[in-house]
Design a protein around this ligand. Structure first.
Ligand code: NAD
Length: 330
């Protein structure tokens, strides 16, 4: 049996990644859409054979409750809208997949988790990397420590963005800037690479182009202290192209670069070992893993609590950068 997935928000990620990936999945398939743009409906219906009865807009979305074709509602909207629509989705009684970053605040994340718990449905956050095999090796090494104790972690994501444009990602409320958009990959990576949770956070903003980066910073630097003295350094920037996750250990090092792109995630270790298991499609792997967790009633790989921990750290980084103080996390 394949689960029926309904995509909410037909922007670039749904159009270019998720819908094509749903043609490759074995345990779920694209059956429904929720959109506020009527002109997209005939295009999507024709391209993906979507039935009239499985097409909704943001006002009618609650009616999915009565639609047996749909098992999962996948929220692929701007971050500032995730909580509102993930809660609406949970209240239909369908399982919820929600894109990263989970939401703008910890309170919003908690409200999504509560709504899913109340409705007894599963919630997965759309972090691709935890489903990717080379990343899974790094996650395993947090436990097995083949290069000895981890001492330092570095996780940086940046793009050489000449003009970020006037999009929701640059809007403080709807998007929150690069720290929310891609900084969460660094934060999530620090947590899965160490297998632990940070004790404290220091954040710092840099902005060399305030005329372009008006509401959100161009660069955010963050230093997290993990248990056992592990120091983690992160950076997210619109100035430079960079995509690296590196762990320095007592007896060597390993790194993935890129560590969060759609393709080519891989790397190497100090002894020459290659991390080079490549899969056809990350999103298909992610959605099949999440569909199987529903079909077999198992815990999901990336639950809401995981997404919420990253947002707690994002909030602490922003608070530290604004106050100049080190923030202790409990
Ligand atoms: P996008 O701007 O291309 O699409 C957003 C969609 O939301 C559009 O269809 C737009 O019409 C709709 N929308 C509804 N209300 C809106 C409003 N008030 N303002 C703006 N748009 C509104 O964005 P995207 O790149 O598709 O990102 C959507 C989500 O997917 C985000 O949460 C993003 O972080 C996530 N994403 C995840 C990955 C990943 O690798 N996991 C990659 C890209 C995007």
């Amino acid at each position: 049996k394949k689960l029926g997935v309904c995509l909410v928000g037909l922007g670039s990620y749904s159009s270019n990644q998720l819908a094509p990936a749903l043609q490759l999945t074995q345990h779920c398939e694209l059956r429904g859409i929720v959109t506020g743009s009527p002109h997209k409906i005939p295009i999507w219906q024709k391209r993906y054979d979507i039935l009239d009865k499985n097409v909704y807009n943001y006002d009618t979305m609650g009616e999915i409750a009565n639609n047996p074709d749909i098992d999962v509602i996948y929220i692929v909207l701007p971050t500032g809208l995730h909580a509102e629509y993930a809660i609406k989705a949970a209240n239909t009684g369908k399982n919820v997949w929600c894109e990263k970053p989970m939401a703008k605040t910890v309170a919003e994340c908690q409200s999504i988790i509560d709504a899913c718990d109340k409705n007894n449905v599963k919630l997965s956050i759309g972090y691709r990397m935890q489903h990717e095999p080379n990343t899974q090796t790094v996650i395993k090494w947090a436990k097995t420590q083949p290069y000895g104790k981890i001492q330092k972690v570095r996780a940086e994501v940046g793009f050489n963005i000449r003009n970020p444009g006037d999009t929701w990602r640059m809007d403080k409320e709807l998007g929150g800037g690069l720290l929310y958009d891609v900084g969460v990959y660094s934060i999530n990576a620090m947590r899965y690479t160490t297998g632990t949770e940070p004790l404290s956070v220091i954040g710092k903003f840099e902005n060399t182009r305030p005329e372009v980066y008006r509401e959100v910073p161009e660069t955010t630097l963050f230093d997290l202290e993990f248990p056992d003295g592990i120091a983690a350094h992160g950076r997210t920037t619109g100035r430079e192209s960079i995509n690296i996750l590196r762990a320095d250990c007592e007896n060597g090092w390993y790194q993935l670069s890129p560590f969060q792109s759609y393709n080519g995630v891989g790397g190497k270790a100090s002894d020459g070992k290659l991390l080079n298991t490549f899969i056809e499609n990350q999103q298909a792997r992610q959605m099949d893993d999440d569909a199987l967790a529903i079909l077999e009633d198992r815990p999901v790989m990336v639950p809401g609590t995981d997404g919420m921990k990253d947002i707690a750290i994002v909030e602490a980084i922003n608070q530290s950068a604004e106050t100049g103080e080190k923030i202790m996390l409990s």
